[in-house]
Design a protein around this ligand. Structure first.
Ligand code: 5RP
Length: 270
């Protein structure tokens, strides 16, 4: 692996572990609840995450260029939540643009088993060709569109393996039961998305902890952080699970300590 690729991956995944913060949902959902002003949403969370996942539009309009966190640029799109098929995506962002905004990596969705399977997989191959020339890692996102039932080990293992075979350096998928089957069949790091907001906080800590124990390299988890009443406390607790091997009990304690912290906001070290 070339120095540039290694360097980018090390910044994105210190010690091989990562907590990416996705704020890319607007590219097909519009002004998602909690992300109406993405810059404000993400600002207090930045100290706890390793990278931001967003489109070039949000990057330019809402993120301070002085940011020290690496950027994973969402480079696929072209479908919307009210359109005919969420899987009908193309690559929306050129490699010149990726380099121009100083992205550390790019991310795109693949839709295995959909009517647009071939299109999205061939787009992944082309994106990898472009990005490898410049030492930029590609993160493949195993999207399920509206079919949330697809979040099971056999399907996700298939998607992750195909993404890795086509050259993705990292694969983002969903947590599921028997998650070890997904990780064990994939030769590159696998990270977990959160999906729609869970009913309880404990549920989130539990699935993240389970996935990490079963070999995940980290998380790319948005709605279950910034849609909650205490996003900073959740982010702190998740960081402890991902980077410090915290148990669910320890994460819950960190969460409680942070939500109970009565120090005035201006004095707090968040
Ligand atoms: C949406 C994405 C998101 O990055 C991904 O789903 C993670 O976010 P969440 O934890 O909210 O599911 O790819 O297009």
């Amino acid at each position: 692996m070339d120095w540039g690729m290694k360097n980018r991956l090390n910044h994105l995944m210190p010690n091989g572990k990562c907590f990416f913060m996705p704020i890319d949902h607007g590219y097909f959902q519009g002004p998602t609840t909690g992300l109406e002003r993405p810059g404000d949403t993400v600002r207090p969370l930045l100290p706890y995450v390793d990278a931001l996942f967003c489109t070039r539009g949000v990057l330019r309009s809402a993120i301070d260029a002085a940011i020290s966190k690496p950027i994973v640029l969402r480079v696929s799109g072209g479908a919307s939540i009210i359109g005919a098929d969420l899987a009908n995506e193309e690559i929306t962002t050129s490699i010149r643009e990726v380099i121009r905004v100083n992205a550390a990596a790019v991310g795109m969705s693949i839709f295995v088993g959909s009517a647009y399977e071939r299109q999205s997989l061939s787009n992944l191959g082309k994106l990898v060709n472009d990005c490898e020339d410049y030492g930029i890692p590609v993160m493949a996102v195993t999207a399920v569109g509206k079919e949330l039932v697809k979040r099971e080990a056999r399907y996700l293992a298939l998607c992750c393996r195909i993404a890795a075979e086509l050259g993705a350096r990292v694969v983002k998928t969903y947590w599921c039961g028997e998650f070890e089957k997904v990780v064990n069949g994939c030769p590159v790091p696998v990270i977990m998305a959160g999906g729609p907001k869970c009913d309880t906080q404990k549920e989130v800590f539990e699935f993240v902890h389970d996935g990490m124990q079963k070999g995940a390299a980290g998380i790319n988890l948005g709605r279950n952080v910034w849609k909650t009443p205490h996003p900073v406390a959740v982010a702190k607790a998740l960081r402890a699970i991902v980077h410090n091997n915290a148990s669910v009990k320890e994460a819950t304690e960190i969460f409680k300590e942070t939500t109970e912290d009565k120090t005035p906001a201006g004095v707090r070290q968040e």
